[in-house]
Design a protein around this ligand. Structure first.
Ligand code: GLC
Length: 491
């Protein structure tokens, strides 16, 4: 091994600062995992106009503005802060470009997606590379990995290549796909503003007649990865490749699948202050019963008879198969179950959930806004967490559920297949129930197994114990990323 690796991580979401979903958790979790393994890691993300980005007191504002090349008007300042990681810490550089980022949303607001997202995220890439060049010398560059995540940072590999000199030109680029369905597609007329005229002319960044950020990284990065081994295979198929399957296949076996971990400090039922009572594997059964009772009182669930509580903690999108849960809700209720929905998203799904809540008072309850504390109480108090995704690159919810002792009910796709071991009553093994598909009739079959399991106290105690014992830590995945970085640097 040569000199230490250093990593410049670029992402539109970083958990402690701004997040809409798993991407932010993953980026922060990996960055902290790397820092805890003594790797120098710098994360670059925008300073948005909401949330925790009311900048913490220990921040430094870089005294000089950097100019983002080829993008006039973009005079940027960098606010430096950090997040702790074991005995070390992660440096976080917040790009302060008010006219691009000082808004009440990451990708859009109540009026829809922002119309200038291509410029906003191209500026993120350029800004991040400018920071890398500023921090490190050209010779450091040879040991630097630029790790870009999803379409928002997908122009970084191309931009790094086209730099005249400096650390970033000498770096190696890893591009991680978290969700192939969101590709960043824009009009060809944007080519000049994005500094991509030549790449558009050559077709390198074009797909189906549009500029495609995701495709540009898939072809330009030194390596491409995604967040589970199964999703790495699935995206080669037409059904899951979202039109980019050929571009991905052309990378051959250089698309790695590395499963996400979860942050075991931030998600720990023995310390989580959001819970009514804390617990660990040894007292989970009685304490979780208390959590369930407190949750029922909080959200207004019936407690007259004893029945299983099913929860969904999810963005309300087509991907997540929430429509199937809505479909089978009457059957779950008729069988003696209760349902708690946590999470917001598509208006039509929210409305359908609110109709169920009205129709089944005390039996179906829900908050159609995401509420982190309620989500944690759902993991601690629900018996089962439903996650019937149509596709799932990795999925963190099922991992949080298992960590808190709620049994996940999942579909056999992507990271769900890789992280949940199917329950087998015969051999008393498994950590969750795997439905045959997201189709309502398959989901109700899986729920029948859940009802039986719920009535069998020994079996239920067994699956909870196995789910809680699963190793979800970032430590293992961090080592896999480090091995991949080393391969890239020695290639
Ligand atoms: C996206 C994917 C999800 C994954 C997360 C973090 O949100 O949909 O499956 O867990 O990114 O990688």
């Amino acid at each position: 091994m040569g000199k230490p690796v250093r990593v410049l991580m670029i992402a539109s979401e970083v958990g402690s600062f701004a997040r809409t979903g798993g991407l932010g958790d993953m980026v922060e979790g990996l960055a902290r995992g790397l820092a805890a393994a003594a790797v120098e890691v710098v994360v670059v993300t925008p300073l948005y106009g909401f949330g925790v980005t009311s900048v913490p007191p220990d921040t430094k504002r870089w005294p000089f503005p950097l100019r983002i090349d080829r993008a006039p008007k973009c005079q940027l300042e960098v606010v430096e802060t950090g997040v702790a990681a074991g005995s070390g810490s992660v440096r976080v550089m917040l790009l302060d470009i008010p006219h691009l980022y000082d808004r009440k949303g990451i990708y859009g607001d109540e009026h829809g997606l922002f119309g200038d997202n291509q410029i906003r995220f191209a500026a993120l890439c350029r800004g991040a590379l400018a920071i890398g060049d500023h921090l490190w010398s050209e010779s450091d560059g040879a040991r630097t990995i630029v790790h870009a995540h999803d379409w928002h940072s997908a122009l970084a590999p191309l931009y790094a290549r086209s730099r005249p000199s400096g650390a970033m030109r000498a770096s190696k680029q890893l591009f991680s796909i978290h969700n192939l369905a969101y590709q960043g597609r824009f009009d060809l007329h944007d080519a000049a503003a994005l500094g991509l005229s030549a790449e558009v002319a050559s077709g390198q960044v074009v797909h189906d007649g549009r500029i495609n950020f995701m495709k540009s990284a898939i072809v330009a990065a030194d390596r491409v990865s995604t967040v589970s081994a199964t999703y790495a295979r699935e995206i080669l198929e037409t059904a899951n490749g979202c039109g980019l399957e050929h571009a991905i296949a052309s990378r051959g076996d250089s698309v790695a699948g590395i499963e996400n971990g979860i942050d075991l400090d931030l998600y720990d039922p023995s310390h989580d202050s959001a819970l009514a009572v804390n617990y660990n594997a040894s007292n989970a059964l009685p304490q979780r019963a208390l959590c369930k009772r407190a949750l029922a009182a909080e959200v207004g669930l019936d407690t007259q008879d004893d029945g299983p509580l099913f929860a969904t903690v999810s963005r309300l999108t087509w991907q997540k198969g929430i429509d199937s849960v809505i479909d089978i809700a009457p059957q779950i209720v008729a069988t003696g179950g209760r349902i708690l929905f946590v999470g917001g998203g598509d208006a039509s799904l929210s409305e359908a959930i609110l109709r169920l809540v009205e129709q089944y008072p005390g039996r179906v309850v829900g908050s159609t806004e995401f509420d982190d504390a309620l989500a944690r109480r759902a993991y601690a108090g629900a018996d089962f967490v439903l996650m019937p995704s149509r596709y799932e690159p990795c999925g963190l919810t099922q991992q949080y559920a298992m960590r808190y002792g709620a049994v996940p009910i999942v579909t056999p796709v992507g990271g769900l297949l890789d992280t949940v071991m199917p329950y087998d009553p015969g051999s008393a093994s498994g950590t969750g129930i795997v439905a045959a598909s997201h189709a309502p009739h398959h989901l109700i079959d899986a729920c029948r197994i859940a009802f039986d399991l719920y009535r069998d106290r020994t079996a239920m105690a067994g699956i909870i114990a196995r789910a809680m014992a699963r190793d979800n830590s970032w430590a293992r995945s961090t080592q896999e990323y480090l091995a991949l970085y080393e391969q890239m640097l020695s290639a």
